[in-house]
Design a protein around this ligand. Sequence first.
Ligand code: CAA
Length: 389
Amino acid sequence: MKIGIDRIAFATSNQFVDMAELAHARHEDPNKYLIGIGQKKMAVIPPTQDIVTLAASAAKKVLGPEERDHLGMIMFATESAVDNSKSAAAPLIRLLDLDPHVRVAELKQACYTGTAGLQLAKGQIALHPEQVVLVIAADIARYGLDTPGEPTQGGGAVAMTVRVNPRILALEDDAAVVTKDIMDFWRPFGCDAAFVDGKYSTEVYLDFLADTFAHYQKMNGRTLDDFAALLFHLPFTKLGLKGLRQLIADADPKVGARLAQQFEAAREYGSQVGNLYTGSLYLSLISLLENSTTLRAGDRIGLYSYGSGAEGEFYSGILQPGFAAQFTTKPTGQALASRKQVSVPEYEKLYDAAVHGPAECVLNADDDPADFVFTGVHNHIRQYEHREN
Ligand code: CAA
């Protein structure tokens, strides 16, 4: 039985800051951000958006009548939780007007859990082939203004439906996983920005890639030649490029050149959005499918998922006939191109206005064109609205 991703969509805010402008403001050479980090633009998330509203916007795009009728489970992957107890999936039932007879839960292991959600969804569908599972990967990456991590911020949500006979990517049973207790990146209770040992985190990312890929090859006997493209978790796109270069160092130059060409298609949207933690690998999948011109049904795509703390997984999927149909109009590319640019002072103001923890506050969402908005907190309860624009 083939099980995998049937539909996939992305949502972020309608505004970005230009990375060259940010570099000037931070007295850095723009090429450090553009080439050294590999980022061109960074999504600026206004205070009226959070993981719930971003997730609702992405999920709305993948939930048609058929998906709604068969929805059995929602797995919400995030490390930007807005509550210590309640799952961010629960408000989606009301906001998206879903049948409440559905299992929901929030998953946490840093940026890794979009993949955990997909693998759990595969297990659920194996037991209940009549169902559809919604997997959400939504985050807002925050390191603080004028910190080394600042140029690797960003945010957004990827929504995926998983079912039998998927139209995009059938997930193979071939995953190689590694988990170790490592302090490379963490966010203690009460902190709204992450602590990170930046250089160490990049080393662990690359070590876990080497470990999982070697383990994958041992388990499955495949070589690089078996892959049409390789996708990476992209906290910043240069790190994925380093991962690719590490894997292809001793490969046949033709294979290396092909994988490098696909990587450029796969990193385009990440370079325009920044890090969205759990969703970054899956935004890269969208970017590949919208921007590559050489992929064919039956091609094997390799995916490297990484979450600090730390967990890595390498697995693969097979492109399905008709996979291209959902991407011909490049919906994500169009949405990214229509965003408005904000200045660095405007971005800083919006960054500082993010709401973390007050019992009461009211937010004016008049300037936010999104269908779903966060309008404040009343009596410790976050207030969400669904507006039809
Ligand atoms: N032109 C071209 N390149 C330049 C340049 C210039 N003028 N100036 C600098 N560079 C290059 C540097 O040589 C360097 O490249 P290499 O890594 O290839 O050597 C690159 O730009 C970055 O420069 P620095 O190393 O000096 O940058 P930094 O110390 O200021 O910070 C960082 C880099 C550590 C990644 C920091 O941005 C950070 O802490 N980011 C957050 C942590 C992170 O994303 N970690 C990723 C792994 S963890 C993970 O994956 C989970 C997750 O999502 C967070």
